[in-house]
Write a protein that binds this ligand. Structure first.
Ligand SMILES: Nc1ncnc2c1ncn2[C@@H]1O[C@H](COP(=O)(O)OP(=O)(O)OP(=O)(O)O)[C@@H](O)[C@H]1O
Ligand SMILES: [Mg+2]
Length: 427
């Protein structure tokens, strides 16, 4: 039984929400994931233009640590999608399958709350919660690989073996785009006062709006400019010019978060008991070390020969499928830096195994998108691939049935089986 309506696919990132119908090549809606509340009417305000038009209000967030935490207000973000996805003509949530993405560290309680909202308030007929790294890897047509996602509020390293996330060897940190923004802002503020960065029309905006505006406009423009070696100067709204530094200056902070001091921000020294305190290369190292110890046999294991051969095989496959994604990964040279570090790391720490030659970056299949779009929209595009299985009318391929059995929960099943089904299917 295949579905005829395309799924609505929403990837709620900390920076932007990407949304669109599964059949499209790129998300039709990309808007910031923040919102405001009008203090007089209590009306909730969503969308880039609406926030600018109400810039005196406080900007509030829906996600923290890559996860939705504000379940009282997330529905306004999703409703905004239903109201605008079809060329700004509202559609009825009851008529379309829905697919959302989630980070791999999402909690069972969050999954249950998400289902309550989508089935009980939005009344969607059928729903799936897809893990971001699985969706990303799926686009490269692989089921085994190491996914490195460098987004806005989080960087995550996720080993996936045969379509299964190795949860205990997956790590994430907050050293991603927002952290780089602190360094870029620190540089710009060494040249001119913060208020000079903001256009005059927002002079009376709330502080939270000004910071939101800076991160989505000024800091973003600066990051894009610093990609080019030709562009040496960045012109502010007040026509002041600021020297553009080589982006390696700020990217280095991802690899060594304590390298450059920030005013008013204490960055803890990395410690072994806190994986999230480490820079990017160490995070990958921790993931590999952990995976090694979970795969390698203990010495008194009688099947150790086989297990050892299997370990070598798995590591080779994993390292030859490194998938680097997320908006921050579009920074020039960043993926190469990661791959070079990974080669050096495997040579140094796994000298007895022939791994370093295996390290290889993979790219999505059959894509005409620019690399930047692929990276920024990778999770959304991958979730679309999975969602499209529902619409597969080819009797032989059985895709629709596989999708229904493995990925989706129908409203009827939810009503009958509730929490147990959610925890089992979206585990
Ligand atoms: N050319 C670029 N150079 C450096 N950073 C960039 C570039 N383009 C976009 N970014 C950064 O990418 C980040 C957004 O990435 P992405 O869309 O993957 O995040 P997200 O999915 O919304 O957030 P998260 O996954 O962290 O919850 C922002 O910090 C943005 O400034
Ligand atoms: Mg993301």
């Amino acid at each position: 039984m295949a579905y005829t309506s395309p799924a609505v696919v929403i990837d709620n990132g900390s920076y932007t929400t990407k949304a669109g119908f599964a059949r499209e090549d790129l998300p039709s809606l990309v808007f910031n994931s923040n919102y405001m509340v009008n203090p007089e009417t209590q009306a909730v305000i969503v969308g880039d233009d609406a926030l600018e038009a109400n810039c005196q209000n406080e900007v509030m967030t829906l996600l923290d640590n890559g996860l939705i935490y504000n379940y009282d207000n997330i529905i306004h973000n999703w409703q905004y999608v239903y109201d605008n996805i079809d060329n700004h003509n509202p559609i009825d949530a009851k008529e379309y399958p829905l697919v959302l993405t989630e980070q791999s560290w999402n909690t069972p309680q969050n999954k249950v709350t998400t289902c309550q909202i989508v089935f009980e308030s939005l009344e969607v007929p059928i729903f799936s919660l897809v893990k971001t790294p699985i969706a990303q890897l799926y686009r490269a047509g692989k089921s085994t690989g190491l996914v490195i996602d460098i987004g806005s509020s989080v960087t995550s390293v996720t080993p996936i073996l045969d379509g299964i996330i190795q949860q205990k060897s997956s790590y994430h940190s907050k050293y991603a785009g927002d952290f780089l923004n602190l360094h870029v802002l620190n540089y710009l503020e060494s040249k001119t006062p913060f208020n000079n960065l903001i256009p005059a029309q927002f002079a009376h905006a709330s502080d939270s709006f000004k910071h939101y505006y800076a991160s989505h406009n000024i800091l973003q423009e600066y990051k894009n400019l610093s990609i080019s070696y030709q562009i040496k100067s960045y012109q502010l709204y007040n026509h002041e010019n600021i020297n553009v530094q080589d982006q390696r200056n700020y990217l280095e902070n991802l690899f060594d978060p304590t390298l450059n001091k920030l005013p008013n921000v204490t960055v803890p020294e990395p410690t072994l008991d806190k994986p999230g305190s480490h820079g990017l290369t160490n995070l990958v190292f921790l993931a590999l070390k952990n995976l090694e110890s979970s795969l390698l046999p203990s010495s008194n294991d009688t099947t150790s020969q086989n297990k050892f051969a299997r370990f070598i095989e798995i590591f080779k496959e994993l390292l030859s499928n490194v998938f680097i994604t997320g908006g921050t990964a579009s920074a020039n040279g960043l993926p190469d830096h990661i791959i070079n570090d990974l080669r050096a790391l495997t040579q140094k720490y796994f000298p007895n195994y022939p791994f370093s030659y295996a390290v290889q970056q993979i790219r999505p299949n059959n894509t005409e998108n620019s690399e930047t779009w692929d990276r920024q929209f990778g999770a959304w595009l991958g979730a679309c691939n999975l969602a499209s299985m529902l619409n597969d009318h080819n009797e032989d391929s059985n895709s629709a049935k596989i999708a229904l059995d493995n990925w989706f929960i129908t409203k009827a099943d939810y009503e009958e089986l509730g929490e147990d089904l959610i925890v089992e299917k979206f585990k």
